[in-house]
Design a protein around this ligand. Structure first.
Ligand code: NI
Length: 227
């Protein structure tokens, strides 16, 4: 399931990101690609240990922690330090699948990639092409979101970035290991949590049925989550 989360960053934050990125050094995006991906990957990235990626990556992590919808949808256990990329005219990233396990550089931490995330940092009208195309069991879905919005999709999906034909596509991307490994189970928990939020808004947090359902949610988390 694809989940789009709006307004993770404000337009003001996006402007700050763009300013830092415009002054940073960039490198070939193949630096973080596996053997197969590197054959089809054509973009530029901020060096993952450079000052720009670290500063902006921390801001992304702060914004995610402040976003209840993201936490509910992803149930994150470990998040890979966010990376940043840019596709100019003629650049794209052909069909590939993301590596299942990623080590965080210079740490013993390894992350199983359950979910892939793209956080858009350019407005859709700034560039043509550059759609993220994700294949799932229902066919292909194209995603191109306003700056500051993100999409979460299962890392098991094959996906690509269409070639950019005008302007520049700028984004942050990263992976995460969820407390709940199974995509279907995680989606059910997300639906349940969102329904509880909806009922609570209508009936009040103290409503006995809302309290009981909230208990059910947390007890299912106890059964299914690794923490
Ligand atoms: Ni990918």
């Amino acid at each position: 399931m694809l989940i789009c989360i709006p307004d993770v960053l404000t337009k003001q934050q996006v402007a700050h990101f763009r300013d830092v990125m415009s002054r940073a050094e960039w490198e070939d995006g193949r630096s973080t690609a596996g053997t197969q991906s590197s054959l089809v990957k054509n973009n530029m990235q901020l060096p993952q240990d450079g000052p720009a990626a670290r500063e902006l990556g921390d801001l992304v992590l702060d914004a995610l922690a402040d976003c209840p919808l993201f936490v509910s949808a992803a149930l994150p256990l470990k998040i890979f330090p966010p990376l940043f990329n840019r596709y100019g005219v003629g650049q794209g990233f052909g069909l590939h699948v993301d590596n299942a396990i990623r080590g965080v550089p210079r740490t013993p931490v390894r992350i199983r990639t359950d979910l892939s995330v793209t956080l858009f940092l350019a407005e859709p009208e700034e560039y043509d092409g550059g759609e993220l195309v994700i294949e799932d069991h229902f066919g292909s879905q194209e995603v191109k979101l306003p700056a500051g919005h993100l999409v979460l999709y299962p890392s098991t999906s094959l996906h690509l970035v269409q070639e950019v034909t005008r302007g520049e596509r700028i984004a942050s991307f990263f992976w995460l290991q969820s407390m709940v490994r199974d995509n279907l189970v995680r989606s059910l928990l997300f639906d349940l949590d969102q329904t509880i939020q909806d009922l609570t808004a209508r009936l009040g947090a103290g409503d006995p049925a809302c309290v009981k359902l909230t208990g059910v949610y947390h007890n299912l988390i106890r059964i299914w989550a690794e923490a």
